[in-house]
Design a binder for this molecule. Structure first.
Ligand SMILES: Cc1cc2nc3c(=O)[nH]c(=O)nc-3n(C[C@H](O)[C@H](O)[C@H](O)COP(=O)(O)OP(=O)(O)OC[C@H]3O[C@@H](n4cnc5c(N)ncnc54)[C@H](O)[C@@H]3O)c2cc1C
Length: 492
């Protein structure tokens, strides 16, 4: 029976739920300090705390001891339980911090961008979307009804400053190279880090490390992308070229118009990002994190020290906080004294649940700029960039474009009608900074508040190292990679 311990903290009554787990996994955790246990714990098991057995008194005393040991530790509030927040919660617990997760919805649910993404753990995705000369292609993309980019014209005045910065950051190859070098420090071993996290959370099957594929129609189409591959090569990324025969052999269902494959062996993917994030959040709760199901609204800061996080359910007294609310982080960052140019790059997915054909390796096609792969729920195509802000209603025509591309990539794909119940559609918000780099670092108003958002197209992939870096900041340890390029204050 799960054992619940209630505790009053500020005006919020928090409930700690210590869930039963696998006592036979080589962990003797019932008598351990929870933080120490998490630090030393490497396997997919959690705490066993049962009040139902004859050992209830001893176990209850153990729980009391766990909490008293933990209570004197620094209390950090993690705002948002997407990929970044859930990993951060786990890493902070591992470092011995006391953690409360503030998340209004179910962790890993469809409100989170982490739910519906393409699942690529693409450690090679170091090239920002805006490249030199991109501005010349923009009118063509916008004019193409099947193109990868759309703009809500009414939103243009608000988006213009961000768009100009976005184009400027990719203006020269040198700038792109600099971004790639920095992003590589964040992403380099992400597939391995995620495999470890998934194993720890009891869902090892959700992370696969068997490479990712880019498919081109011709060598000249590949050469049009040469700058990106050149930049990747310079930061140590290696790939294999598959000629037409090899591509046909490896991807028999892919349309014959694709004649060149670029296969990146080091990359991996996630088979169900929503379920993965939900499992990470569950693991953090099982390891002692608390959850407040409410929206964070601001901070109480006295003399540069954080005293509490304001939430819709009241204040939570704490020593530190991490803002990982994805695309909805800007208001909280501003409340912490760090206004940032965060924009939503809206993206869509479709999942064809009854698909009978598809790729063997997760594949991105250069002509449609979308990713297709099997997820637990069916064949998913994800992509599109739509600039239109957080509040505009979905334009499901963008999802239909993905569906059409998917059917043209795999011509034998069952001709499922767009409004068939077996085709699921989703809109999500990539939290994007104009320079293609996330914000990871302290807020201006208080170093007790860490910003950790803005990962754009690579937030699932980049969440693993981000959680570690944030924890190193919280613990006052030297960060394992240089954080200056991610400084939230870099925009002035
Ligand atoms: C179509 C598409 C495809 C993508 N493909 C990939 C891919 O293949 N690989 C990859 O690495 N990335 C991909 N991305 C990007 C990736 O999904 C995001 O960068 C990542 O999910 C961001 O994670 P996050 O934890 O920062 O935010 P989210 O996952 O959005 O989580 C934020 C959480 O904060 C909560 N929240 C919001 N406001 C508050 C508040 N005030 N208080 C408390 N909680 C709050 C939300 O409810 C949410 O649960 C894709 C994105 C899209 C749209």
């Amino acid at each position: 029976m799960p054992l619940s311990g209630g505790r009053s903290n500020g005006s919020v009554h928090e409930t700690a739920s210590l869930t039963a787990a696998d006592p036979g996994h080589g962990c003797s955790l019932a008598f351990a300090d929870s933080a120490e246990a998490l630090r030393s714990h490497r396997g997919p098991c959690a705490w066993e705390v049962s009040a139902a057995s004859g050992r209830s008194t001893i176990l209850n005393m153990t729980v009391a001891r766990q909490f008293s040991a933990v209570d004197v530790r620094r209390h950090v509030v993690v705002i948002g339980a997407g990929a970044v927040g859930s990993v951060t919660a786990i890493e902070a617990l591992r470092a011995g911090l006391r953690v409360t997760v503030v998340e209004p919805d179910e962790p890993g649910g469809p409100q989170a961008t982490s739910y519906g993404n393409a699942g690529w753990l693409s450690s090679h995705s170091v090239v920002p979307p805006a490249l030199p000369g991109a501005w010349r292609k923009v009118p063509g993309w916008l004019a193409d009804p099947l193109g990868p980019l759309a703009l809500r014209w009414r939103y243009l005045p608000r988006a213009t400053p961000w768009l100009l910065r976005y184009l400027a950051s990719g203006w020269t190859e040198a700038r792109v190279q600099r971004t790639a070098k920095v992003l590589r420090t964040l992403l380099a071993d992400a597939p391995m880090l995620h495999a470890l996290l998934a194993a720890e959370a009891g869902v090892p099957q959700l992370i696969e490390q068997r490479g990712l594929l880019h498919a081109y129609r011709s060598r000249s189409e590949f050469e049009a992308d040469a700058l990106g591959w050149r930049v990747r090569g310079r930061v140590g990324i290696r790939w294999e070229e598959w000629d037409e025969d090899e591509l046909r052999r490896r991807e028999p269902d892919l349309d014959v118009r694709y004649t060149l494959g670029i296969f990146v062996p080091e990359a991996g993917h996630c088979r169900n990002p929503g379920a993965y994030v939900a499992a990470l959040a569950r693991h953090a709760l099982a390891a002692g994190a608390r959850r407040t199901a409410a929206r964070a609204t601001g901070f109480r800061i006295d003399g540069g020290r954080l005293r509490a996080v304001h939430t819709e359910a009241g204040d939570i007294a704490c020593d530190a906080a991490v803002i990982c609310a994805g695309a909805r982080s800007a208001a909280l960052a501003a409340a912490a004294g760090s206004p940032v140019p965060l924009e939503s790059e809206r993206g869509y997915h479709v999942v064809v649940e009854d698909a009978m054909v598809g790729p063997r390796t997760p594949v991105m096609v250069a002509d449609g700029k979308l990713i297709a792969h099997w997820m637990d729920g069916g064949l998913r195509a994800a992509g599109q960039v739509e600039i239109g802000g957080l509040e505009a209603a979905p334009d499901w025509r963008r999802a239909e474009i993905l569906h059409r591309h998917l059917k043209s990539m795999f011509p034998r794909l069952a001709q499922v009608a767009p409004d068939s119940p077996s085709v699921k559609r989703w809109l999500g918000h990539r939290p994007s900074m104009p320079d293609g780099l996330p914000c990871i670092g302290p807020a201006r108003a208080s170093a007790d508040i860490i910003l950790a958002f803005g990962h754009g197209h690579v937030g699932l992939c980049g969440s693993a190292r981000t959680g570690r870096l944030v924890t190193q900041l919280l613990a006052g340890a030297a960060p394992e990679v240089a954080l200056a390029p991610f400084d939230p204050q870099r925009f002035g």
